[in-house]
Write a new protein. Sequence first.
Length: 271
Amino acid sequence: MTSPSPEEALDSVVRHTTDNGVSWITLNRPAAMNAITPDQREHLISLLDHASADPAVRAVVLTATGKGFCAGADLRGAPAAAERVAGDVARLIRGGAQRLIAAVLDCEKPVIAAVNGTAAGLGAHLALACDLVLAAESAVFIEVFIRRALVPDGGGAYLLPRLTGPQRAKELMFFGDALPAAEAERLGLVNRVVPDDDLAKSARAWAERLAAGPTRALALTKALVNASLESGRPAAFAAEAAAQETNMTTADAQEGVSAFIERRPPVYRGR
């Protein structure tokens, strides 16, 4: 029996399909609670970059199989502490977890996290970096780092305070307690909590609605909101004006205005 090629093996642990304008990216290592290996991480980054550039992709769903959404980075095979030299850890984080989170934040298509189970450590941050978060009722979020005497990575100390405020973020990160989906929704980490059996259906409904929308306007809106967290009013207003100027050159913007004037539903094509 022929062994699968490295590419085929990677495709089996990160499933990818495009359907009706939606790129579905599914982590598929349920026995490992979908902990992410370096190869998986690079593949995820590549898929997100491709989604930005592919006009056939107009929304992305990130989900997983089994009982875990993502248990974080797969630490098996990591170098022992004695083998490290000064700067190794910082380089590893910059080139690994931070690149993955940046790929989600910078993706030019809206990204929905469909959190099917436990999202721990980097896995929690992978979900929180998405533009919209749907969670199954059985899902839990865990800032697991403190349990191992580790500092959060994958942009956690950047993402979490912006969603919950600093005190709540510190509570979650200092204690490392499991946060049920319903409580995560109450704190603003999750947009909706749905029954487990409805998660895929709910994600599809939102993703297809986004995929039928004005793709460039969505991309510019995402960029404006993300940038607003870092800028003052003058810079935010300038960015808004520039985005408006850019957006009005798109075919979808012209279609939106025409449809409004003609009192008909718009038909957007992502151009």
